[in-house]
Design a protein around this ligand. Sequence first.
Ligand code: PLP
Length: 478
Amino acid sequence: MDAKRPLFDSSPHLPGNTCMPTSAIQKLDSAHYLHPFTDHKHLSEKGARAIVRGEGIYVWDSEGKRLLDGMSGLWCVNVGYGRQSIAEAAYAQMMQLPFYNSFFQTTNLPVVALAAKLVEISPPQFKHVFFAGSGSESNDTNVRMVRRYWDLLGCPDRHVIISRHNAYHGSTMAGASLGGMAGMHAQGGLPIPGIVHIGQPFYLESGRGMTRDEFGLVSASWLEHKILEVGPDKVAAFIGEPIQGAGGVIIPPATYWPEIQRICDKYHILLIADEVICGFGRLGHWFGSECFGIKPDLMTFAKGVTSGYVPLGGVMVGDRVAEVLIEKGGEFNHGFTYSGHPVACAVALENIHLLQKEKLLELVYEETGPYLKQQFEALIQHPLVGEAEAYGFMAGLNLVKEKASHIHDCVLFPSEQNIGMICRSHMLGNGMIMRAVGDRMIIAPPLIMRKENIDEMIELIRFCLDETFIDLKKGGLI
Ligand SMILES: *Cc1c(COP(=O)(O)O)cnc(C)c1O
């Protein structure tokens, strides 16, 4: 390598215009970078795809190939790529004050402005915010905060938190324990003590013989069974994503959340909504809880709060908890160096400003969301698709070997055939980023998409499903 050449060019990239050839990037990548959730050996053999630029709903790789980003990065780039005003907000704050801590009775301007803004856009029971650097840290905060809450009320035995199988709540010790991912629990002796799980409200998986609404009540009743099994005076809280994201865009039946709320109320259990994906407009409201008629005591946020431009997370703390923490509290021995980071808060403020100025929530709620639902759910007509459902700007479809009029009567592919991954490769090969969770293909696109972008995306998805179908037919898999 030419020693005088910079490793990468920090000036604005043209599509595919990097200083380094792809092979050199891949070589450095596999030599030194251990990726999250990745089989390092397998990736080294294959070589990572280097993403070098983003604009609007697209990203470009180092080969100049354009990809339509149906996943908003990782459920986070809600306002799309390349937003100059966000970059300017970060720049201005870095020049003014790049960092100062909030530990020792100090505060800063962006953090108080953002806290007030978040309270303004949150449901009325929220007047306080605790900041962290990520969704995982925020859920760790929840574990410590709900246990502290019950301690302060003189109920130290109330420390068990109930979550759900196939939930995702992050990757720290507490986050991964709250989550219900079997693969994560299998490594490192998780879950940590005091965290237990119930089944998920996944109709396709467990709702056979029931209507969706019946199944919603049945799956919510699992919470009551677990509370009685653990002992109602030992349960501190229940946590759930309004719609499970990483688990495969699992949209619960309409009867599910109101029944969960009723059960939490009955046993005085705190309700934590993990809004890391559902928050900041993804479902057409500021928070997913608002779609499902629940009144959580705590809400986790991250991802969309900054549209992923810089890391930031936090917990909206409802009055029930905040009053006890503040009135009876003393010091809560918890916090992070980057709690209330001024640059991250300035970026979040500008991101929220853009969501408001461009009326993106209203659009998703009234226009683009319903349109995406209509177009995406029409994919059910494809011979490979056994089920297709959407809510706001989250959607998922199931690939099946043989279709039937009801999803429970479809013939599924054997899981070892990894059909989802085959489909995903066809998507990527044709410029579409769609994620595979088993044989469920999911999207969560940027909220800036208009009808013509949705048309383009659906057309691309349909084309890639066709390609997958042809491929599977050739391979004798259907
Ligand atoms: C991504 C995610 C998290 C974890 O956030 P990180 O910023 O990756 O720590 C937690 N909860 C949900 C629902 C998520 O999707």
